[in-house]
Ligand binder design. Structure first.
Ligand SMILES: Cc1cc2nc3c(=O)[nH]c(=O)nc-3n(C[C@H](O)[C@H](O)[C@H](O)COP(=O)(O)OP(=O)(O)OC[C@H]3O[C@@H](n4cnc5c(N)ncnc54)[C@H](O)[C@@H]3O)c2cc1C
Length: 337
């Protein structure tokens, strides 16, 4: 177990914010977690489990212990002609895991290709993309409970998964370390093509396979999302807001071009990116350190040397402008720390 003090988190978050952790501990297995909890001096400090840091905004130095998740391993638990049940350690890179499953011709996760987080981070927030969400493929989650020092597991149906949320982001917040996630994948491919322009982009293929889906989705994402290695960001900064049908019908009279998507519970989901764009945020001031991406206003980008405070200021300006123009409060999707 490696322990560092006064550790720079700049390379450990995709926003590329230069914050420091008072203590930074690399966790490569359950033994390391157990070792950590025995060190009372560290255990009593505030703590943060960190995956790939792709959904987090550090607004200040973290005056506690960052537990960097490096737990690796993939194990097939069960397999028949149709289904494979597979357990992945939470520190596995989600995209690498997806690639592995597709190479083995197990489908399900292809639409989540290219999300730059860990398996644990994706489960924490029920990551989703192109009509698929992690919750649709997860059966069980194993976690270490810091309150009673035991390893437990919880069934997916008890995880209160919702739009970019779960029990881990709410009731269990700061109390547990997700150690492994079990997925149920299929040997029979059933494509989800109904999201955005996916169907259009897939037309050139006479036969669809999970690997083709992965390739096309990865290509679309490259066009739509800035590369965080060049322009620090944490993906969608805000959640897409959901409003009632009645509120939408009122709003659309003033803004007839608003993109809208009916939801399962009878509401209407709007595009937060479009609302931000209409408010004029795509043109950053000369020399600004923070802004929104030119081709996707939902993504806040570090234009160079931005601090967490710069990002929070811009977040507040965006929230104020959207509230004033549309009467809608945008909620951040990223974890603000
Ligand atoms: C370019 C880009 C594109 C993105 N696209 C998408 C997208 O399409 N869909 C989407 O949903 N997200 C997207 N994201 C956001 C992000 O990649 C996902 O939310 C990802 O699942 C976060 O995983 P992580 O390991 O990086 O989590 P981190 O950022 O490291 O952590 C996020 C939160 O999860 C908690 N956490 C992480 N691991 C654990 C664990 N093992 N146990 C307990 N808590 C844990 C942390 O404490 C923190 O609160 C994107 C981000 C970027 C930069």
């Amino acid at each position: 177990m490696l322990i560092y003090s006064d550790f720079s988190l700049k390379e450990a978050n995709t926003f590329n914010i230069d914050a420091k952790a008072a203590i930074y501990i690399e966790i490569a297995g359950l033994d390391d977690i157990e070792n950590f909890v025995r060190k009372r001096r560290y255990f009593e400090m505030p703590r943060l489990v960190l995956g790939n840091g792709s959904n987090i905004l550090f607004t200040k130095d973290f005056k506690g212990v960052v537990l960097k998740n490096l737990m690796k391993g993939i194990k097939v638990l069960n397999e028949d002609d149709e289904i494979v049940t597979i357990k992945a350690s939470s520190g596995e890179d989600l995209d690498g895991f997806i690639e592995y499953t597709l190479k083995n011709r197990w489908s399900g996760l292809e639409n989540l290709s290219s999300i730059p987080g860990t398996v644990g981070g994706a489960t924490f927030q029920n990551a989703g993309a192109y009509g698929a969400e992690v919750k649709n493929y997860v059966t069980e989650i194993e976690y270490y409970d810091f309150e009673d020092f035991t390893l437990k597991s919880i069934k997916a149906e008890d995880c209160k998964f919702g739009y970019r949320t779960s029990i881990f982001k709410t009731e269990f917040l700061d109390k547990v370390f997700i150690t492994a996630v079990t997925f149920k994948l299929s040997k029979k491919f059933s494509a989800i093509v109904t999201y955005g322009n996916l169907e259009e982009r897939l037309k050139e293929f006479a036969v669809l396979t999970p690997s083709i889906m992965r390739r096309v989705i990865t290509a679309i994402r490259k066009e739509k999302l800035p590369d965080y290695k060049k322009l620090g960001n944490a993906g969608s900064f805000f959640k897409n807001p959901e409003i009632t049908k009645a509120a939408f019908e009122k709003l659309v009279k003033d803004f007839p071009d608003l993109r809208n998507y009916p939801t399962e519970n009878g509401g209407i989901k709007l595009s937060a990116g479009q609302l931000i764009d209409i408010c004029g945020f795509k043109k950053p001031e000369e020399g600004a350190r923070i802004g929104v991406a030119k081709y996707n206003a939902l993504v806040m980008v570090n234009l160079g040397g931005a601090t967490g405070k710069d990002a929070v200021n811009l977040m507040k300006q965006i929230q104020k402008a959207v509230k004033e123009k549309f009467g809608i409060k945008l909620e951040p999707e990223v974890v603000i720390c």
